[in-house]
Design a protein around this ligand. Structure first.
Ligand code: GAP
Length: 444
């Protein structure tokens, strides 16, 4: 994980937030390549979940909802973690994760293991961030930052059913920020307090719930494989009844082998009719499906839910590679070309050569109309290649002496380091075809 954090920082993917003020624990800002990587993850999720399907529509609900939503959903009473304070070192721990926590004293021990440790009894701590709506600070103005995007979908069920004229099975997909006052955030972006969720609620006839639950576990698993995550580093893990959330009658985690061990990347849950029934009861608005023949029922909900942050870390970890080439160390991000922040680099071999620069800028201007590409004329060519390797750019086009003679360029493949020559006029079509090709990581 340290190598991933360091590369992210060095190459401007992710910065610790508010750094000039000493930071704010486990809060991050995204730099240029981080933004591009996130954009790709977001749009490939949207493509698979909405664009390529007839049965799912999009939604963008508010972050601050009527607080009654969170009473109905069970979050006000039940979205809690057990918390323990240490009166000696003043640190806070999750009571159910003492084995994974470290006391503030050195050498490192678990809380409670030093004789000076003075731990309080566990108490329940609600993870929702509270805020005040309007100028008055009283109980009636208390509201919450959403801890999940899902509830915004349930409360819009009727709107979509009527206006998008849908009938089960159909889904509503939403991408947006969620907030949780995690007691022990950490492991880089893996557990943060502010993260971007991508959730889809799929409404089905109750008798079909089990089938769709299995379907969505497979669909989502295959999405990761399609975008280059090694299958050997992914697994499905079904929750036991004790582990499941209050609303769930079946949950399977798609886990990734992060540097911290197998951990949840995405969850797929069968939420039954819990949410629509709760909101029907609390709001007085019937959230059910009524068919043309008068058939009526409350649909069951199957929910694949993930954050961009967890995918971001999994993809960087999976792509990170080090090798020695011609006696030199090379660090390379072997990202799927569709995920890579920059699709191609355009490099004039000799940046002082005006003719080379003109050709290179011409190619750059042509390619940037369709793709995120980068013009790079800073430093020796070897250094420029290494920089592009570290940000995962799959292809580099170099403009050299030959280009001035015969209008061909060299294309270098990030993974194999193979080079071939192409007519400059064919580069755009070549790149488009290369980006469409199926890709598998050469990493073991
Ligand atoms: N609507 C269901 C729900 O929110 P969850 O398992 O609590 O379920 C869903 O969260 C996904 O959101 C997780 O699988 C994970 O990908 C992501 N997630 C949850 N908490 C997170 C955090 N503190 N930081 C980053 N991602 C988080």
């Amino acid at each position: 994980m340290d190598k991933i954090v360091s590369l992210s920082r060095r190459r401007g993917f992710v910065f610790p937030s508010s750094e000039i003020y000493g930071g704010l624990g486990s809060t991050y800002d995204y730099g240029h390549y981080g933004v591009l990587l996130k954009n790709n993850i977001r749009s490939l999720w949207f493509e698979a979940m909405v664009q390529e399907r007839d049965d799912i529509v999009a939604l963008d609900s508010a972050i601050i909802l009527n607080p009654k939503v969170w009473e109905a959903s069970g979050h006000v009473s039940g979205f809690t973690d057990p918390l323990i304070d240490c009166r000696t070192c003043k640190l806070r721990f999750r009571a159910d994760q003492l084995e994974q926590s470290h006391c503030g004293r050195k050498p490192s021990k678990h809380p409670g293991e030093w004789k000076e440790c003075d731990l309080t009894e566990a108490r329940q701590f609600n993870l929702m961030f509270q805020t005040q709506v309007g100028a008055l600070e009283d109980e009636s103005s208390t509201a919450y930052l959403r801890p999940e995007t899902a509830q915004g979908i349930f409360i819009n069920f009727k709107n979509v059913l009527q206006l998008a004229r849908r009938k089960p099975p159909f889904g509503i997909a939403q991408i947006g920020k969620s907030f949780r006052n995690e007691i022990t955030p950490g492991n880089f972006l893996f557990r943060v307090r502010e993260f971007e969720q991508m959730e889809m609620e799929y409404f089905v006839p109750p008798a079909e719930a089990e089938r769709w639950y299995r379907y969505w576990i497979d669909e989502r698993f295959n999405w990761y494989v399609k975008y280059g995550v090694r299958e050997s580093q992914l697994r499905k893990r079904e929750h036991s009844a004790e582990e499941r959330s209050h609303y769930s009658s079946g949950t399977t985690d798609i886990e990734y082998l992060y540097p911290i061990g197998w951990s949840e990347l995405e969850g797929v849950a069968n939420r039954g009719d819990f949410d629509l029934k709760q909101h029907t009861e609390h709001s007085g608005t019937k959230l059910e499906f009524v068919g043309d023949d008068g058939e009526r029922y409350t649909p069951y909900v199957i929910e694949p839910a993930v954050s961009i942050e967890r995918i971001f870390v999994a993809m960087l970890v999976d792509a990170y590679d080090e090798e020695v080439v011609a006696d030199r160390d090379r660090t390379v991000l072997r990202l799927h070309p569709a995920i890579a922040p920059v699709k191609a680099a355009i490099l004039p071999l000799i940046p002082r050569n005006g003719d080379m620069v003109e050709k290179a800028r011409g190619l750059y201007d042509e390619l940037r109309k369709r793709h995120i590409v980068e013009y790079d004329d800073g430093g020796q060519i070897g250094r420029r290649y290494r920089r592009q390797d570290e940000i995962g750019t799959p292809f580099a086009f170099t403009i050299d002496d030959h280009t001035l003679d015969d209008d061909t360029v060299t294309v270098r493949d990030r993974d194999s380091l193979a080079q071939e020559r192409l007519p400059i006029g064919a580069v755009r079509a070549w790149l488009e075809e290369a980006l469409e090709r199926p890709w598998r990581t050469p990493k073991a």
